[in-house]
Design a protein around this ligand. Structure first.
Ligand code: ZN
Length: 239
């Protein structure tokens, strides 16, 4: 089975469609939260994910978009974008977002947004945090997003090693590991192209992909919507 793993799409339909076209036919699509927030097309992204039968979990932006108190923790730009999202999403989008669980287990994988032990909020950015989460999680692998950075945290001979994958990088699924596909809609590793991951379950192999999309079209839509300038500009730099 070929499984596409997408995270942090953030209302960027142009990027999502570029990624889906690039990956072609897949057997399943798993999404790791932050479907909305920041970008200009929350209804379009949710409609597309529903259309392709994506399953997945909620992120902190999704929770805030449907009225959650998570908004209190957002920086001013993120908050402005979520208030815009709240005022704009359809009842269908809202119901779809409200239906997302915080955790989802699919065979050997636990799907979460932030981390297995703190699904909405924890950033896995260090070996001790990765180790604590590998101890916590009951499946062999966990898939997470939230940092917008593609990375693997793997257990090797009792040590935690991290690997930063680029376009075309692969990782063999043995032992136990936490895997982050990077962000579709707002990459933050200095590369503006969308980041995503494909699991080939027959070969126990994961491959990362970087996919260019029409950044200027998304930026024009964000300006038209009156979304914050800093959110518009960061897409050009992947930060
Ligand atoms: Zn995010």
């Amino acid at each position: 089975m070929r499984i596409a793993v997408l995270s942090d799409i953030h209302s960027n339909l142009v990027a999502l469609d570029a990624v889906l076209a690039h990956l072609g036919s897949v057997d399943a699509i798993w999404q790791l939260g932050d479907v909305v927030g920041y970008g200009p097309d929350p209804d379009g992204v949710v409609a597309r994910l529903a259309e392709v039968g994506a399953v997945g979990v909620r992120g902190n932006h999704d929770a805030a978009a449907v009225g959650g108190s998570e908004i209190e923790w957002f920086n001013p730009d993120a908050r402005t974008a979520i208030e815009w999202t709240r005022s704009r999403i359809s009842a269908t989008t809202r119901a779809w977002l409200e239906g997302l669980p915080e955790r989802l287990v699919e065979t050997d994988y636990t799907l979460v947004h932030g981390s297995p032990r703190e699904p909405l909020w924890e950033y896995i950015t260090s070996s001790p945090v990765a180790r604590a989460n590998l101890t916590f999680v009951t499946t062999r692998f966990a898939l997470h997003g939230h940092t917008h950075l593609p990375i693997v945290w793997a257990e090797e001979d009792g040590r935690i090693v991290s690997i930063a994958p680029g376009d075309g990088s692969t990782f063999t699924l043995d032992g136990r590991a936490l895997l982050n596909p990077g962000s579709v809609g707002q990459p933050r590793d200095g590369i503006p192209e969308s980041s995503c991951m494909v699991i080939d379950s027959d070969r126990d192999l994961v491959t990362w992909h970087r996919v260019p999309y029409d950044i200027e079209a998304v930026q024009a839509a964000m300006r038209d919507a009156g979304l914050p300038t800093r959110l518009v500009e960061r897409l050009s730099y992947g930060v």
